[in-house]
Ligand binder design. Structure first.
Ligand code: 13P
Length: 248
């Protein structure tokens, strides 16, 4: 059985002090969680939030990583820099980065390998646009992303995949549980073809896109959905805790 993983993606929200307050509030609320819990925070929040999470069941994640070990990359952050602060997860290939910061599948792939090489678990985001969904291109888009973003993996179950339909992010328009389930089933089938059936059965695939306290139960009840990547609703302790405790 796959252990669900619920992760918050704070995006560019929360100063370090605000972030610490949020996790202090969150810790007791999610202490009895039956799933893996993580918060993916802005780089500058990492040191203080890392210290605040010590001894809790909440794991620390970042939202991006550069692919080189070090060097002349002004403004970038390496995997080793994250690792030193106890970062265990790194989001790569979020659609906001693909769209606004030119993260191509090739770049996403390099970031994923850099995170793995440093011993962290990449959360690789995949998802189609509304145009692709409406034009019947969803499977073609996801198939391309699996082949190119995840290229060179020996075992796909070493990563976490986040299926985030772009039209559902920050829009309040969630994919239906059935839509999310069927699309994730397709991603898993594609992983079985490209990698191996056994590791495709093991890889955890989250749903992301306007997931909240109200719809999480229905989404999490679907057999293919192994967790959530939560944006807006991860910024309030009570809301995020309600998602983490979806089965309580
Ligand atoms: P929202 O939950 O705000 O729609 O964001 C989803 C997301 O992009 C998580 O990475």
């Amino acid at each position: 059985m796959r252990r669900p993983i619920i992760a918050g993606n704070w995006k560019m929200n929360m100063t370090s002090a605000q972030g610490v307050r949020l996790v202090e509030e969150l810790k007791p609320l999610v202490a009895d969680a039956d799933c893996d819990v993580a918060v993916c925070v802005p780089f500058t929040d990492i040191p203080a939030v890392s210290a605040a999470l010590m001894g809790s069941n909440i794991r620390l994640g970042a939202q991006n990583v550069h692919f080189a070990e070090n060097g002349a990359y002004t403004g970038e952050i390496s995997a080793q820099m994250l690792k030193e602060f106890g970062v265990e997860y790194v989001i790569v290939g979020h659609s906001e980065r693909r769209r606004m910061f030119d993260d191509t599948d090739e770049v996403v792939n390099m970031r994923m390998h850099a995170a793995l090489a440093a011993g962290m678990t990449p959360i690789v985001c995949l998802g189609e646009t509304l145009e692709q969904r409406e034009g019947g291109e969803t499977e073609r888009c996801l198939s391309y992303q699996v082949e190119h973003s995840l290229k060179g993996l020996d075992d796909v179950s070493k990563i976490v995949i986040a299926y985030e339909p772009i039209w559902a992010i920050g829009t309040g328009r969630t994919a239906t549980a059935q839509q999310a389930n069927d699309t994730i089933a397709y991603i898993r089938k594609k992983c079985a073809e490209v990698f191996c059936p056994k590791c495709a059965e093991k890889v955890r695939i989250q749903y992301g896109g306007s997931m909240n306290a109200g719809n999480c139960k229905e989404l999490m009840a679907m057999p293919e959905i192994d967790g959530g990547l939560i944006g807006g609703a991860s910024l309030k302790a009570a809301d995020f805790a309600a998602i983490v405790r979806y089965n309580k």
